[in-house]
Every structure is written in structure tokens, then in C-alpha cells.
Design a protein around this ligand. Structure first.
Ligand SMILES: *[C@@H]1O[C@H](CO)[C@@H](O)[C@H](O)[C@H]1NC(C)=O
Ligand SMILES: *[C@@H]1O[C@H](CO)[C@@H](O)[C@H](O)[C@H]1NC(C)=O
Ligand SMILES: *[C@@H]1O[C@H](CO)[C@@H](O)[C@H](O)[C@H]1NC(C)=O
Ligand SMILES: *[C@@H]1O[C@H](CO)[C@@H](O)[C@H](O)[C@H]1NC(C)=O
Ligand SMILES: *[C@@H]1O[C@H](CO)[C@@H](O)[C@H](O)[C@H]1NC(C)=O
Ligand SMILES: *[C@@H]1O[C@H](CO)[C@@H](O)[C@H](O)[C@H]1NC(C)=O
Ligand SMILES: *[C@@H]1O[C@H](CO)[C@@H](O)[C@H](O)[C@H]1NC(C)=O
Length: 763
């Protein structure tokens, strides 16, 4: 389902929403987002709000179109003045033409829908109270994380403010009242909550907003915000699985919630309003687990607003999307944000199978209750074993039915749970998808085809006397191999700018346990028994993104002087391309082949190492402008993003100082040479000497100059160049390697992935 970066198995509402195709009324006004050059505002206006209001109002009077049911005196929805300059307004096509002629106009586009895409994860990431990033940052104490999502369930234990100190004085936000939400629901943890739905209401004039406040009626926002910065919750579990103490990645950071995702719709104008306000309120990190597909950078609201956020030092962390495993479908592949891919956790939810002959097999189960499945007949019957007919299954004798690997698991378990058998099942499959979701409405266990042969053999040999037992609700930790790249995570190259390698890094995204809302079921038995729990286990890049947002908050706490680019660099160059068996991370989307950086970026995040990266690849707003200047945009398209004439476009450069390298070949080009220039800053503390260690992508030659860098002092910068000579490959394979700068004393290693990839046109 690529629509929600969280892929909640029970929440189909998102999918249905995506099918909505705007009801169009007779006189057509629809929402446009209009970008303006604020430097051209005439002095007569008291401020941008005054200017934009009068621009829209004057147009209205010259175009007396009949009302379409909007009773407001102005058609202005929002004024944007922090992360971007401009407004959104309901305009007819004629009115839009007039707007385009007005003073200061830069660009305009239609409002569009955004694609919305942890008890154990922090241990898996080795965060520890004793050493490393948690103590160094005091758990993110004075850092504010703004989460743009579906709101928050403030009563959830993750948002208790026990142990929290005074709110940092830089905070300018507020706790907005609304339906079932009063300002006393905010506290020292949940310091702000606001909601934005003028875009939804403009698109659907008669819509009734079912929860008109920052309160979450979906669960997604509660889950992502508690993942980033939830407080400690003593004992949690998901129906007996993954039990333990829960907490967010930055347990002492503050949360500010911006509800921009609505059951009734999800619009760019609302997302922009939320980001603009978050920057004005003084957040340090923006976490946004949604993105816009198939848009150019200058029409991508997240790209536009995050540029303004970046200029103000705000780190923007985003999700890559859930359109995998197809190549080139990633969203949020924006050079000035963090783009996060999703992987698995080293945790196995066991359904343990014991055969009558004593053989035990650890299968997988997420059946949400303790069923008694003991010494039941084991049934293998070729007619039944596809398990694709509830009618046939209803006639099966009671016992444990073996379901073969001819039909997908979801289909089989749905059929068997709607049959009238009161038994259990063993599902045989090597498909990795079932391990990414909690859907398990029938007692049973999944085993691989290799084990399946043993089980079938035993059942055949023993016939009617074959028996088996299954036990549920068990969790194994530290299971190899982990992490594995998740099938659904969107792959690069980034369609919005393929010249910067995306995604940046991978974080836990599959079956992440975090807070949920009370009214929305979290599991199901059969086809109609819904179960509820305070914590839910959900999968998606939506869940991976807030892990990195939390880490960015911790780094901000530990190194307040670091720029967003320095923070991203620290997270990337310390990321780990190896898994818990010390072998290269595998990709479940490509038959468990070795994962390429187009799937996982630099690798799995390693927060404690990110605290002390040795060197960083920094980038200033002007560096990004130089990149934008090389993109062949018109002046107005450029100004839509940069908002300022103050930037210099005399040094266009497609070679951004980025901590990774990608060389792209087209079908036509033969041999190619691409040279990259990089500047690194010594943040390791004092003098240091580094030597380069290159692993060239297969078929390429990589040279580095100089091969040694010597730093006399902290904050000193050094430059090097890296050249990739490669030949295009008719087979269109992706090859990859790395450059590692290794400090002489071995203290720091600074790694960047190198990729040679064909250009991929996914859309
Ligand atoms: C706010 O709401 C809470 C919970 O609904 C209630 O207990 C409290 O009295 C309300 N406070 C105010 C000031 O209305
Ligand atoms: C909205 O409601 C008004 C008044 O009830 C009605 O006239 C109009 O047709 C409705 N518009 C839409 C788009 O449903
Ligand atoms: C297999 O199941 C089918 C359908 O229930 C039944 O007709 C058949 O007799 C069974 N075969 C054996 C060997 O039990
Ligand atoms: C079930 O699967 C078998 C084997 O693939 C197929 O022959 C049969 O037609 C399927 N039955 C239904 C009801 O889909
Ligand atoms: C920009 O345009 C120039 C000349 O038309 C072309 O050579 C170059 O490849 C273009 N660059 C991009 C990034 O599209
Ligand atoms: C290159 O060729 C492949 C198949 O040969 C095709 O699928 C792909 O679309 C082509 N790419 C471009 C950028 O034209
Ligand atoms: C391309 O694929 C073919 C068939 O798999 C193989 O024989 C050939 O060596 C490959 N070429 C390259 C350059 O990898």
C-alpha cells in the first residue's frame, strides 16, 4: 500500500481516503499554494498577512464569481511566513491568472494530497544510560521535536511528564484548544499541540471533521511521536509479545504536535502551515513521516518548507516511503533533509511447534492470545493444503492443518479463519512479507519450506496418529540476521534529484512497538473479534523516521552548535553496513541479496558512534543554493525554494558536499569519469591524521587525492577529491563500494557509500 508510510494492517481508512477524488462543485474555486517574493512587498502594508489578504481580496472583487458555499469574507486559507513565503487560497482559474500578474508572484500550484506513509529498538541500537549518546545529551532534555502527523493521544503514558524539567525558554508555541482537547492536556513533555485543517475544509466544503483538534483519531501520530520522544513506560507489550519497558529514542526531549493529517484528507496547504508554524514556534527537529510522490522540488511542499527550516538550523527528518522494492520510487529525496529507510529488528515472535516425534521447530506467530494447541492431530491432505477455500476447510476434521506454499499466507489465514474449524494451522512459506506485519487472526505458526519438508514427511509417515503442539506469545531477542532491509521501504535513486544518493540511512521500521489510541483496534481474531491495546506494533518507513528524529534530537542536545548538515553527516558516516552476524546487511525485497545503498543508504544508524564522528561533511544554505542553481530551474522556481534574492547563483555546482557518492549512467553513455570534491571538518578534538581506504564498486576504478589528511586542530577543514571511472553496464546492475577515512590511532572511522547506478525512470 505505499500510501501510508506506516502500514497498519487493520487500518484501511487511509486507503479509502486515497481513493477520494475531490467533489467538484459548480463554480470552480480550488485551493492553490502561491509562493511570493516577500522582498517586493510594498511599504504600505503592515505585514505579509495584510499584503496577501489584500491581494486575494482585490482579485475577488475584480472576479465576482458566485460563491460555492464558502462563507468566509476572504478566500485566504493560510499565510506562510517562516519556513516559506506565500499563502494558500481558494481561487478560480480566472482569479489564479490575476494572481499570477500581481506584484511579487513567484509560483503557484494546486493543493495536493500528501502520501502518509519501542520497547526494544533502543537496545538494538545500543543506547545505554551508562555511556554514549543518552548521557552525553542528557536524553535530549532541552531539545524540541515537532511531529507533523495525525495528532496525539495526550493521555497515553508515553506523554507523561514525570521527571521532566522546566520548558526551555526558547519555546514560543502553544497548546491549542479544540474538540476533546483543552490546554491543560499539555505538560512538560507534550509542550505544544496545534491543528491545521483549512486545506481539508476548502477541498471538501461540507466535510464534518470528526475530531476537530490535535487529538489523534487514527493512531499513526501517537505512534510516531512516542517513538521519537516518548517518556518511560514501565511495562508494555503487544498481546504478550515484545514485553518490556517502553521509551522513545530521546526520552527527555519535548514534543510539539502539529496535526496536519486528517481522516477527512491530507493536504499540502495544511502540511505547509504546520511546518511553517513549527519553525516559528522554535522546534529543533521536525519529524514528518509522509511525503509527496512524483513532484518536482519546487512544487514539493516538504522540500520548500524544509529549506526554510534548514536555514534556521532545524533538522528535518523524513520517511523514504513504502513503495518498495521497486527502484527509483522514493519520496522526500530532498538534498537538505534526512531521508530514512526501514529495516527489521533483531526480534522474533515465536510460535513454537513440537511434533509428536519430539522434533521442535521455532516458527513465527503473532496470534494475539494464548490458545491451547496441544497434542492435536496433524493433518496433511493435498486437497486442503492450498488452504484457499474456507468452504473446503470447514469440512476438515479438527486438528492442525498444514497449509502449503502455493498460495500467499494472508490469503490462507483469512480463508481458514473464516471457516468454521476450531483448530490451528501450520503455514509453510519463505515469503518475508508475513514477518513485517501483525496480521495473525488464527492460531498457527509460519515455518520455512525447509522445515516444512520435515513436517510433511512426519505427517505422511504417521498418517492418523501424527500429532503436534504449538505455543504462542514468546519473543526471542538477538535473532540473526538483523537488521534486514524491509521489502516495502522505497528505493533510490531519488526521482526529485538523483544526483544525491538517497535514502541516507536505515532505521528500525518493521514491527515497531509504540503508543496507540484507545478506539482503534490493534489486532483481530477470526474476521470479527477486534482487540485493543495501549501499544501497537506497526511497520513502515513512518516508524523508521522518528527513530532518526530522536537521534537528531539527542545530537542537537549533545552538540548544539552543529548544523543540520553536520548532524546528518554524523548519522550517515557512522552508520553500519553490517548486521548482527558481521556480514553485509541483506535486502528482503531482493531475495535476501546483499543490500545496496539505494535501499539502505549508508546503513543502519548507530547513535552512540554518531555522537563522535571524527569528521563531518558540512553544508551551508549557500551550498544548497549552488546545487539548486545547477538544476536548470527558472528564477521563480528557484526563489520558491530559497525565498531570497540575497543568495548568489554565480557558482552553480551539482557537486554538493554530501557524505555519500552516486554516479549515474544512462543507456547511451559508454565509459564515464565523474569527479567529486569534498570538504571535511575535524570535529574529533585536536590534531588528527586520516588515511583513506577505498573499496571500489565492481567494474569501476576509484581514486582519491590526497590519500592522507592531516589536521592540526579542531574545526580545521581539509579538502579531497574522489574520481570514479566506470563503464555503463547493459545489464543495468547497481554496483557499490565505499570510502572510509581511518584515523591513524583507529579512534574514528568515517565511512561514505559509493554507488554506480543506471538512471532509473520509475514513473
Ligand atoms: C480539561 O480536560 C480534562 C480532561 O477532559 C479535565 O479533567 C479538565 O478539567 C479540563 N480543564 C479545563 C481547564 O477545562
Ligand atoms: C454543501 O451543502 C450545501 C447546503 O447544504 C449544498 O447546497 C451544497 O450542494 C453542498 N455542497 C457539496 C459539494 O456537497
Ligand atoms: C482430504 O480432504 C477432503 C476434503 O475435506 C476429503 O474429501 C478427503 O477424503 C480427504 N483425504 C484424506 C486422505 O483424508
Ligand atoms: C486453490 O488452489 C488450487 C491450487 O493452486 C487451485 O487448483 C484451486 O482452484 C484453488 N481454489 C480456489 C477456491 O481458489
Ligand atoms: C541543464 O541544461 C544544460 C543545457 O541545456 C544541460 O547540459 C544540463 O544537463 C542540464 N542539467 C540538468 C541537471 O538537467
Ligand atoms: C534503458 O533501457 C532499459 C531496458 O533496456 C529501459 O527499461 C529503461 O527505461 C531505459 N532507461 C532510460 C533512462 O531510457
Ligand atoms: C550480463 O548478463 C549476462 C547474462 O546474465 C552475463 O553473461 C554477462 O556477463 C553480464 N554482463 C556484465 C557486464 O555483467
Amino acid at each position: 500500500m505505499g500510501l501510508v508510510n506506516g502500514v497498519p494492517t487493520l487500518r484501511f481508512a487511509w486507503v479509502l481516503l486515497a481513493l477520494y477524488v475531490g467533489l467538484v462543485s459548480a463554480v470552480e474555486r480550488s485551493t492553490y499554494i502561491v509562493h511570493m517574493d516577500k522582498s517586493l512587498m510594498p511599504k504600505a502594508f503592515t505585514g505579509p498577512n495584510h499584503w496577501y489578504t489584500s491581494t486575494v481580496d482585490s482579485i475577488k472583487s475584480t472576479n465576482p464569481t458566485t460563491s460555492n458555499g464558502h462563507h468566509s469574507t476572504t478566500n485566504l486559507l493560510y499565510t506562510y511566513d517562516n519556513a516559506l513565503h506565500g499563502f494558500s487560497a481558494l481561487l478560480s482559474k480566472e482569479e489564479l491568472k490575476t494572481v499570477k500578474k500581481s506584484l511579487g508572484f513567484l509560483s503557484a500550484y494546486s493543493d495536493r494530497q500528501v502520501t502518509v506513509d519501542t520497547t526494544h529498538t533502543f537496545q538494538f541500537l545500543s543506547l545505554s544510560p551508562a555511556i554514549g549518546l543518552w548521557p552525553a545529551s542528557d536524553y535530549g532534555k532541552d531539545v524540541i521535536v515537532g511531529v507533523l502527523d495525525s495528532g496525539v493521544w495526550p493521555e497515553s503514558k508515553s506523554f507523561d511528564d514525570e521527571g521532566m524539567t522546566k520548558i526551555p525558554s526558547k519555546w514560543k508555541g502553544t497548546c491549542e484548544e479544540g474538540q476533546e482537547f483543552n490546554s491543560s492536556l499539555c505538560n512538560l513533555k507534550l509542550i505544544g499541540a496545534r491543528y491545521f485543517n483549512k486545506g481539508v475544509k476548502a477541498a471538501k466544503p461540507n466535510v464534518s471533521i470528526s475530531m476537530n483538534s490535535a487529538r489523534d483519531s487514527d493512531g499513526h501520530g501517537t505512534h510516531t511521536s512516542s517513538t521519537a520522544a516518548g517518556n518511560y513506560v514501565k511495562s508494555t507489550s503487544y498481546f504478550g509479545y515484545a514485553s518490556g519497558k517502553a521509551r522513545g529514542v530521546a526520552p527527555k526531549a519535548r514534543l510539539a504536535i502539529y496535526k496536519v493529517i486528517w481522516e477527512e484528507g491530507r493536504y499540502a496547504s495544511d502540511v505547509l502551515a504546520g511546518m511553517d508554524q513549527a519553525v516559528a514556534d522554535g522546534v529543533d527537529v521536525i519529524s514528518i513521516s509522509s511525503g509527496f510522490d512524483q513532484v518536482k522540488l519546487f512544487e514539493d511542499p516538504i522540500a520548500i518548507a524544509s529549506f526554510g527550516a534548514m536555514e534556521k538550523g532545524v533538522v528535518v527528518s523524513t520517511s523514504a516511503g513504502n513503495s518498495g522494492p521497486f527502484m527509483g520510487r522514493l519520496h522526500n529525496g530532498i538534498p537538505w533533509v534526512l531521508t530514512v529507510a526501514a529495516g527489521s529488528v533483531d526480534r522474533w515472535f515465536a510460535g513454537r511447534l513440537r511434533l509428536g516425534n519430539g522434533l521442535t521447530i521455532t516458527g513465527w506467530s503473532m496470534f494475539p492470545t494464548s490458545a491451547l494447541v496441544e497434542n492435536l492431530p496433524l493433518i496433511y491432505n493435498k486437497t486442503l493444503s492450498p488452504c484457499n477455500s474456507s468452504e473446503l476447510l470447514s469440512k476438515a476434521p479438527n486438528g492442525i492443518i498444514i497449509c502449503d506454499n502455493t498460495i500467499p499466507f494472508d490469503y490462507q489465514i483469512t480463508e481458514i479463519s473464516s471457516s468454521n474449524t476450531f483448530s490451528a494451522a501450520i503455514f509453510i512459506t519463505d515469503d518475508p512479507k508475513p514477518f513485517q506485519f501483525t496480521y495473525f487472526p488464527y492460531p498457527g505458526a509460519i515455518i520455512g519450506t525447509k522445515d516444512g519438508l520435515d513436517v510433511i514427511k512426519y505427517a505422511k509417515n504417521r498418517g492418523d496418529s501424527a500429532t503436534a503442539s504449538i505455543s504462542f506469545q514468546e519473543t526471542d531477542l538477538g535473532t540473526p540476521r538483523a537488521p534486514v532491509v524491509s521489502t516495502y521501504t522505497s528505493r533510490g535513486p531519488s526521482p526529485s534529484y538523483p544526483g544525491v544518493l538517497k535514502p541516507d540511512v536505515m532505521a528500525p521500521g518493521t514491527l515497531v512497538l509504540a503508543s496507540w489510541i484507545p478506539g482503534s483496534p490493534t489486532s483481530i481474531i477470526g474476521s470479527n473479534i477486534f482487540l485493543y491495546s495501549e501499544f501497537n506494533m506497526v511497520s513502515g518507513t513512518s516508524m523508521a523516521c522518528p527513530h532518526v528524529s530522536g537521534i537528531a534530537a539527542l545530537l542537537k542536545g549533545a552538540h548544539p552548535e552543529w548544523s543540520p548538515a553536520a548532524i546528518r553527516s554524523a548519522i550517515m558516516t557512522t552508520a553500519n553496513p553490517y548486521d548482527n552476524t558481521l556480514n553485509q546487511i541483506l535486502d528482503s525485497g531482493f531475495g535476501f541479496d546483499i543490500a545496496t545503498p539505494l535501499s539502505m543508504g549508508a546503513g543502519q544508524i548507530d547513535p552512540n558512534r554518531a555522537l563522535d564522528p571524527g569528521l563531518v561533511y558540512d553544508a551551508t544554505p549557500q551550498d544548497y543554493v549552488n546545487l539548486i542553481c545547477s538544476m536548470n530551474f527558472t528564477t521563480n522556481q528557484m526563489l520558491t525554494i530559497t525565498r531570497s534574492n540575497g543568495y548568489d547563483c554565480s557558482n552553480p555546482s551539482s557537486d554538493l558536499n554530501y557524505p555519500s557518492f552516486i554516479a549515474l549512467y544512462s543507456n547511451k553513455t559508454g565509459g564515464l569519469v565523474q569527479k567529486f570534491e569534498r570538504t571535511v571538518t575535524n570535529v574529533g578534538g585536536g590534531a588528527a591524521k586520516y588515511k583513506s581506504k577505498v573499496t571500489a564498486p565492481e567494474g569501476s576504478v576509484v581514486t582519491v587525492s590526497p590519500e592522507t589528511m592531516v589536521f592540526e586542530e579542531t574545526n580545521e577543514k581539509q579538502r579531497y577529491s574522489l574520481t570514479i571511472s566506470y563503464v555503463s553496464d547493459k545489464n543495468r546492475t547497481v554496483t557499490f563500494g565505499s570510502i572510509i577515512w581511518v584515523e591513524d590511532n583507529g579512534k574514528h572511522t568515517v565511512r561514505s557509500p559509493i554507488v554506480v547506478s543506471p538512471m532509473i525512470k520509475a514513473w
